[in-house]
Design a protein around this ligand. Structure first.
Ligand SMILES: [Fe+2]
Ligand SMILES: [Fe+2]
Length: 377
């Protein structure tokens, strides 16, 4: 027996009725609200509850359970193959039958995703305050031109690093929540990198540098790849892996504090992107050993597709030399040139190390690393 007092159904009285029906399957309801005699029967009919008038009120018997057949969308740990009928439901939610199916077919997972996401969320930095934008720039004009050229090159590579994963993110099943969050924050990282490199390029110059056909050809091949594992192998493990060495180079050899700091902060973020690529591939290789051959084929295919292109443009290479030299003195140029040669070697070492971590034997790792695009990304 529930006494609603003068509380109307349009004021929340239905919560009391619902609660009683959920607990006992039936309830007798009375009250003094003037519209109760109309509202209670209408409310019951709309929900399939049986209702009859009794003295002083209504006797209600709960209709069929509305949630019958509802299905639990997994639990703490994702299932390998969540069905489309779970739609946008939170992992672990009780999903009513009949929710619309969405075309979000991609299953992407790595156990490290949650940890990397928290790390990324904690490590977000504000371009407005994190970079010493007012630090003095007192190097020669041509060294500044070199900085602008390198920044121009970085921006287009960062753009690929943003857009390629986001295309997969848009088709990822939301059941893989942590990966979804990680790819989203990774896109925000790349957005910041694009911002700070653009801003650094324009500190002293109105125009940006050169974008070459071969550089863009290299990045375009990343857009052709429909398989996330292969795309992240080429982009994250090999490409961003190589870029880490480049960003560390700029952090160490940049001619001004601002250049050094944008590179340092971007490298910090990109190290996480590489870590996720490695973690995902290790996870995937353990479940699908045949993936290894597809990874090899992908590097070979990309190498063949780019064989006719020039690779890293001379402008970028020379800009890196000059930037590291800091001036035109022959001794400085020799130092800058040696530093860039060391950089290319360090990139190769890094790629071989990461390929080794994915289980490639030494000779294979060396051969595959050598096939990686000369554009670095
Ligand atoms: Fe980046
Ligand atoms: Fe990145």
């Amino acid at each position: 027996m529930i006494d609603l007092g003068d509380l109307g159904l349009d004021e929340g009285a239905h919560l009391l009725i619902k609660r009683a029906l959920a607990r006992d399957g039936r309830a007798t309801v009375s009250g003094t609200s003037p519209s109760l005699a109309i509202d209670v029967p209408a409310w019951c009919r709309a929900r399939g509850h049986a209702i009859e008038a009794v003295s002083g009120g209504f006797a209600i018997t709960a209709g069929p359970d509305r949630w019958r057949g509802a299905e639990r969308a997994g639990g703490d740990v994702p299932v390998a193959d969540p069905p489309p009928r779970w739609g946008l439901a939170a992992r672990g939610a009780l999903v009513e039958i009949g929710a619309p199916e969405l075309d979000l077919p991609l299953a992407i997972w790595a156990d490290e995703a949650a940890r990397l996401y928290s790390q990324a969320a904690a490590a977000q930095w504000d371009p407005a305050t994190a970079i010493p934008w007012d630090a003095p720039i007192d190097h020669p004009d041509e060294v500044e031109d070199a900085v602008v050229q390198v920044m121009t090159y970085l921006i287009e590579n960062e753009t690929a690093a943003l857009l390629v994963p986001v295309r997969f993110l848009g088709r990822l099943h939301p059941h893989f929540r942590e990966v979804m969050q990680l790819l989203a924050i990774q896109a925000a990282d790349e957005a910041r990198h694009i911002e700070v490199f653009t801003r650094r390029a324009r500190l002293r110059r109105r125009e940006l540098g050169l974008s070459t056909a071969s550089g863009q050809a290299s990045l375009a091949t990343l857009f052709d790849e429909p398989d996330f594992a292969i795309a992240s192998f080429l982009l994250a493990v090999l490409g961003e892996g190589s870029f880490l060495a480049l960003l560390w180079f700029l952090r160490d050899h940049g001619p001004d504090a601002c250049t050094r700091e944008v590179a340092r902060l971007a490298a910090q973020d990109d190290a996480r992107h590489v870590a996720f690529g490695l973690a995902h591939l290790a996870h995937q290789l353990a479940r699908e050993p045949a993936l290894r051959d597809r990874l090899v084929a992908a590097i070979e295919r990309r190498h063949a597709a780019l064989a006719h292109t020039a690779g890293l443009n001379e402008e970028v290479f020379d800009a890196l030399v000059l930037l590291a030299a800091g001036g035109w003195e022959p001794a400085a140029l020799r130092r800058g040139h040696a530093a860039v040669i060391a950089l290319v070697r360090e990139m190769d070492d890094g790629r071989r190390l990461r390929l080794g971590r994915l289980g490639f034997v030494r000779d294979d790792a060396a051969r595959l690393s050598a096939l990686h695009t000369r554009n670095f990304m």
